[in-house]
Write a protein that binds this ligand. Structure first.
Ligand code: NAD
Length: 488
């Protein structure tokens, strides 16, 4: 990686089009802040419609050129090489992510390792998605071919850039698409680093193009571009709707990975020792800024007080501080996110809700950082705003229930349907709950264990549609052509 920018390992102010790093047209840039102290971290390119247009053209040229000529096995080998490059640079990537997103170093490391694992997984899968031959009329042979869409657009948020790039760009490249990536304006350093590593690994020019910039400029231009044949969007419901409306104008498919209000449901027969770490970690990981955060904990009444008391004990031990101090929780991403979380905490206080426990911000946390105390709120009505709306901060509500039917009714009773967790030793109930929950992923007696690179992921209702991760993503990032040959 070349061209230092402050104490960062490369020039952060350029974008990547057709294998060439250059300034945004008009030379415009945007500031990037360090969430741990509010200081200026770097400047990034402020790509606009012209840059997006150039990136889409470069992607198409790659499809018509070197990239498009590679065999599936050759693409797989390249992805595997990219994965190895990422593994060699885990510490550097983790530090960048910590500085940029504010996440503790250990989470940055986990994200970098997950990125490598996606590349390894999709590298191995690239030549294993087959078409079919179909029984048809006499004198005919009919078959299906899996083909890339062509140019794919990837709009990603700031909370897990590396993981989301791995699952979306990794799968798209495996299927032979050429990608235009629009990272978030709040955090995009690991995306810039990733594109450099891909180049070092030998990815042909134009197979991956990168245009940082504002959502309403670069993002909107990418989602409306007539040269794009598929869009993958991860972010908020409101923006997802805009992206889908833009995609509709070009009648192209779109994968929407949106928000959630995911429950973990604890029955009285659960192994509480096993459940406790998952209940709390899934709420406070990345300061609660996780689409699949378990922001609602539903507890069967006989064990309600015990679970609240044991979660509270863990909450009181949580330490919040700068990302590089690598504590339990880092700062929120921005002043805006801080305001949103403060609004919900004020709602809890003003509405007389019971704050069961809070973690502590360490005394020497820089004053300019966007820190918030992780907060556990007990005895919340299932219809309360805190139990219905995505907060995107380290705030969990605990809701009591009686029996399976009520658990399902509460769990399914939000506009979202992303993930759910169920804790019970009863085998029959495990299946009944797994079938009854309206969401994209159910974890029984775990929650997100192992990271789930292999497991298809996505939502129902306002959490979105389409699936990424796992082998399933390869169907989404390809299209099917049917061929019927009359041969007498
Ligand atoms: P956001 O929708 O504001 O931004 C996401 C991306 O969209 C950014 O790159 C942004 O620049 C871009 N964007 C903004 N306006 C746009 C427009 N008009 N056209 C095209 N692109 C535009 O989301 P956010 O607040 O940054 O991210 C948090 C949200 O993302 C939460 O709701 C969270 O649950 C969700 N999320 C979902 C998943 C998932 O896999 N389901 C994963 C991570 C985050």
């Amino acid at each position: 990686m070349s061209g230092p920018s402050g104490d960062l390992p490369f020039d952060t102010t350029t974008l990547l089009v057709g294998g060439r790093w250059r300034a945004a047209s008009g030379g415009r840039t945007l500031p990037l802040a360090n969430p741990s102290d509010g200081s200026a971290l770097a400047r990034i390119a402020r790509g606009g419609a012209e840059d997006v247009d150039a990136a889409v053209n470069a992607a198409q040229a790659a499809l018509d050129g070197d990239w498009g000529r590679l065999t599936a096995a050759e693409r797989g080998r390249l992805l595997a090489a990219m994965g190895r490059k990422v593994l060699e640079r885990v510490d550097e990537l983790a530090r960048l992510e910590a500085l940029d997103v504010g996440k503790p170093l250990k989470q940055g490391r986990a994200d970098a390792i997950a990125l490598a694992r996606y590349l390894e997984f999709y590298g191995g899968a690239a030549d294993k998605l087959h078409g079919q031959t179909l029984p048809y009329l006499n004198g005919y042979t009919a078959l299906t071919l899996r083909e890339p869409h062509g140019v794919t657009g990837h709009i990603v948020p700031w909370n897990y850039p590396m993981q989301i790039i791995g699952r979306s760009v990794g799968a798209a490249l495996a299927m032979g698409n050429a990608c235009v990536l629009k990272p978030a304006e709040e955090a995009c350093l690991s995306a810039l680093a990733f594109a450099r590593l891909a180049d070092e690994a030998g990815l042909p020019a134009g197979a991956l193009n990168l245009v940082p910039g504002l959502g309403e400029e670069a993002g909107a231009a990418l989602s409306a571009h007539a040269g794009v044949q598929h869009l993958s969007f991860t972010g908020s419901v409101a923006t997802g709707r805009r992206v889908q409306a833009a995609a509709a104008q070009n009648t192209i498919p779109v994968t929407l990975e949106l928000g959630g209000k995911s429950p973990q449901i604890v029955f009285a027969d659960a192994d509480l020792d096993a459940a406790l770490p998952f209940l709390v970690n899934a709420g406070i990981q990345n300061a609660g800024q996780t689409c699949s955060a378990a922001s609602r904990i539903l507890v069967e009444r006989p064990v309600f007080d015990t679970v609240v008391a044991r979660m509270a004990e863990r909450y009181r031990a949580l330490r919040v501080g700068p990302a590089l101090a690598d504590l339990d929780v880092g700062p929120l991403i921005s002043a805006r996110q801080h305001e949103i979380v403060a609004h919900y905490l004020a709602l809890a206080r003003d509405g007389g809700l019971a704050i069961a426990a809070q973690g502590e911000v360490v005394a020497d946390a820089p004053a300019g950082g966007w820190y918030v105390r992780p907060t556990l709120v007990a005895n919340v009505d299932a219809q309360h705003a805190l139990a219905q709306q995505e907060i995107f901060g380290p705030v969990q509500v605990v809701i009591a229930f009686d029996g399976e039917a009520e658990a399902l009714q509460i769990a399914n009773g939000t506009p979202y349907g992303l993930v759910a967790g169920v804790w019970t030793r009863d085998g029959g109930r495990q299946f009944r709950m797994a079938r009854g929950l309206k969401c994209g992923q159910v974890f029984v007696n775990n929650y997100g264990a192992g990271g789930g690179v292999e497991l298809p992921f996505g939502g129902v209702k306002q959490s979105g549609h389409g699936r990424e991760k796992g082998f399933e993503a390869l169907y989404g990032f390809s299209t099917l052509k049917t061929v019927a040959i009359q041969h007498g």
